[in-house]
Design a protein around this ligand. Sequence first.
Ligand code: UGA
Length: 445
Amino acid sequence: MFGSTVAVIGAGYVGLTTAVCLASLGHRVVCADVDQEKVNALGRGEATIREPGICELVVDGLASGRLEFVLGASAAVAEAEFVILCVPTPMSADGAADLTMLESVVTELRDLLPPGCVVVNKSTVPVGTATHVGELLDRADVSVASNPEFLREGSAVYDFLNPDRIVIGVAGEDRTAAERVAGLYGKVDAPVLLTDSASAEMIKYAANCYLATRLSFVNTIAELCEYLDANIDDVTSGVGHDVRIGHAFLRPGPGWGGSCLPKDTIALVRTAESVGSDFPLLRAAIEANLRHQERVVDKVRKAVGGDLAGVRIGLLGLTFKAGTDDLRDSPALAVAERLAAEGAELLGYDPSVHAPVPGVTDRVRIAGSAYHAANGADAIVVLTEWPEFRALDWPRIAARLGGRAVIDTRNHLDPLVLRRAGLSYQGNGRAAAPREGLELLPIAG
Ligand code: UGA
């Protein structure tokens, strides 16, 4: 017994996750992509992205007959009650979201959509796009909804099936369409927010831009902690206990990156400009992010005696965060670029990067292990919070290093372990002298 019949257009991170999760919820899903090799691989049960749980759901979906992969959007929609658009919306030259792919899919499907179906936009798109899609379709018998995704890479399947909230926006008063989209998530336990499409689209941008701003803020507090000999671990703990603030998304780092936050922050600044407004706060968050990357370079330069030319640096972590193999807009690579521009020789290790990626990792020689990256290095820089870095044999690393400095941009390592190994540890906003963390003491009586 199947639920609804759903076409998912695009089998990237968002599309594939959406397709396999909806199939796991009992829907009949046809997922389309323009890449024949990808479609073939998925049809054989091979996951094309690295995401915990996704491979199992691809295999289960195919075996149950509820999941199918086809080439091209047109091949997916013949029986669709819902068409979910998950095509890329990359950044165009002026920073605004490029809707070319979305528009071409909508035009391709216009005359093929069955009457009564709902076109659902899941891609991150500028406010007003659902209305624009409705105009492009020009079909009174088809509804358009916005249902933004809030999936973090590395936990996309979990986030889809356990969302904090489900947001559904529709144009006009089409409450029936909104309730039908909500029905797709019937088995998921989460608050469902029904709103208009512009608000739904704004919720997605506001969430990502708020998270980016929060990180720029916390990275700046970490910087100040260094000047003032305060300890960011204690500060974020103390601040996060305020229930109005909370603990999540308060970890300092080498700047925020990835395929979403950088693109969405710039796009919202452009959106503000396009309506004759301005978003100085968000512009400052973007600028601060670049400054925090530079701050890492300053620290490395200082640690090796003031000049990076000819100096060898071992980089631990190249992806934009741990738990993914994604190098897009990785702050680690931005830092590498800046170090290389000053003449540093870079040897980098990342558990998910096994070979050079042309045009992406060109500035870094890829090492086979963290120990290899340390060979003869004047300093080590930790850029991604892979758990295995904590478990490294640090005395063994110390024995291979030429210099002593370890710069931990994520505050991921235990300073005492490194200091015991004879290394000179520098965290990000951690007080120079080691001390115990903030304790919450029960008050007697
Ligand atoms: C982000 C959002 O978190 C998702 O909700 C959203 O759906 C997604 O973008 C999207 O628009 O598709 P993601 O790009 O996977 O997800 O990455 P995050 O986990 O948000 O991390 C973004 C950056 O912030 C990374 O560079 C990460 O290392 C950094 N970060 C995150 C920190 O430096 N500190 C933190 O405490 C958290």
